[in-house]
Ligand binder design. Structure first.
Ligand code: SF4
Ligand code: SF4
Length: 443
């Protein structure tokens, strides 16, 4: 993305305090204290603590909003220790929006205490020119290569990488960082031979810096189906990690950059390949930019955004795709619902339709919609709980009547987490994005 020079209206501490109080009072009124949220909250499921479930978090936030309790570090931990998985949001009969409660609570806490310097610098870097971001990625790749070169070939640690700067160090498997990111410094158009439609691709940071194979295969699949794809070089981070850590001003800058850029191509659908990125574009941008001069553009962007599975099934058509299959995916395949795709965007049938069409033997995973425990950077900031939640997920897979040979999902972050968990449990299951399996079937 080009460097953003103009500040799109700085958010002040008093605004955030007022916003926090109004949100908490509104959501608290909806809560009947029934405790149903305890049935689905992954964090409560492993900790068993009331402060780690929607009902408890809301009660604490209300006490802070009423001035009965101070917003201490211990108190803030209740709001930090949430995956933003939306499990409670869909479970709650009263309609309590815990994601709003948690985000507003975090924003108020950061407004009072300030953002830690490491996070501040990391998030600010997301608004710099892409060449500086690429330099950072190249540095990370060198560091990863150096770290691994000091380990014996057979060491399991070669697959692991630790991230400093968080409260707990996470030791987890990360993909080898690619030599070059996916997005180049010029806009690119990938033409289809028999073009029927034209779309814009929103790549996302994970697709750009960690798994460039996912956008590459997306282009190939779409081109095969007669869809021209345009990749805008100025697109930046969707802002999901920045939102989760409550850097509200940087978040707004990132949203404005993407909204303005994609508004230059108003006739085309915007295809997302990352569940959190899709959720940001569809649902959060209109909320973040509400009341600003960018609101109408954000709403238009939201209406034009489609997840790749949604686009393929609803716009291209499953029969059309079936007619192009060259070879079905062999053996067994199952599917994990990413939280921000299933609950966040209500995209659950389209991925299954695609996978059932392209594989020999589709197996439905029990509790497929239960969070894998990554939650963006939660997996690093709350590594122990994240691992416990992941262990449950992997044990569910291990307990299937037949352990699947392959596991598809619709989010690069879930892929990273599931690969890590399966490796840890010594389960040999191939994990990939839906488009990767689709690409193989159509190739
Ligand atoms: S499910 Fe909803 S209404 Fe019930 S305790 Fe949880 S937040 Fe409150
Ligand atoms: S969003 Fe997920 S982790 Fe957070 S309170 Fe709700 S169910 Fe628990």
């Amino acid at each position: 993305m080009g460097q953003i020079k103009k500040h799109p209206g700085k958010i002040m501490k008093t605004d955030l305090q007022q916003d926090f109080i109004e949100t908490i009072n509104k959501e608290y009124k909806k809560c009947a204290a029934c405790g149903e949220c305890r049935m689905v909250c992954p964090v409560y499921g492993v900790s068993g603590l009331e402060k780690n479930v929607a009902r408890g978090r809301l009660a604490l936030a209300k006490a802070v909003a009423d001035g009965d309790l101070d917003l201490t570090d211990t108190m803030a931990d209740s709001f930090e220790n949430c995956l933003l998985c939306m499990g409670c949001v869909t479970q709650c009969a009263g309609g309590v929006d815990m994601v709003e409660v948690v985000l507003k609570s975090r924003a108020y806490y950061v407004a009072k205490k300030g953002l830690p310097m490491a996070k501040n610098l990391a998030f600010k870097a997301l608004t710099t020119d892409r060449k500086y971001q690429n330099m950072g990625a190249a540095g990370a790749r060198k560091a990863q290569a150096l770290f691994m070169s000091t380990l014996p070939e057979t060491s399991g640690l070669r697959l692991k990488f630790s991230l400093p700067g968080f409260s707990e160090l996470g030791q987890r498997i990360l993909p080898a960082l690619p030599a070059t990111p996916f997005i180049t410094r010029q806009d690119r158009v990938y033409k289809a031979e028999q073009q029927k439609q034209s779309v814009l691709l929103f790549v996302g940071c994970a697709g750009n810096y960690l798994y460039p194979g996912i956008p590459e295969k997306t282009l190939a699949v779409l081109n095969t189906l007669g869809v021209e794809v345009m990749v805008l070089s100025g697109q930046g981070c969707c802002g999901a990690p920045v939102q989760a850590h409550a850097d509200t001003n940087t978040l707004k800058k990132l949203a404005v950059n993407n909204v303005q850029l994609f508004s230059k191509h108003r006739d085309q659908k915007i295809i997302t390949i990352c569940s959190s990125g899709g959720l940001m574009l569809k649902k959060h941008y209109p909320r973040i930019l509400a009341g600003t001069k960018f609101e109408a553009q954000a709403l238009d962007m939201s209406r034009r955004t489609m997840d790749i599975s949604e686009y393929l099934v609803d716009r291209i058509g499953i029969e059309n795709i079936k007619s192009r299959i060259k070879q079905k995916i062999s053996l067994t395949l199952t599917y994990h619902d990413p939280c921000h795709l299933g609950r966040g965007q209500q995209i659950t049938t389209q991925p299954r339709k695609l996978l059932q069409a392209i594989c020999e033997n589709y197996l439905e995973m029990p509790d497929a919609k239960v969070c894998c425990g990554l939650g963006g950077t939660y997996g690093f900031s709350h590594a122990k709980i994240s691992e416990q939640i992941l262990d449950k997920k992997i044990n569910t897979i291990a307990g299937m009547t037949k352990i699947p040979a392959r596991l598809a999902t619709g989010c690069p972050a879930c892929i990273m987490q599931l690969v890590h968990g399966l490796h840890k449990h010594s389960l040999s299951v191939e994990v990939g994005h839906i488009v990767a399996f689709l690409h193989r079937a159509l190739a």
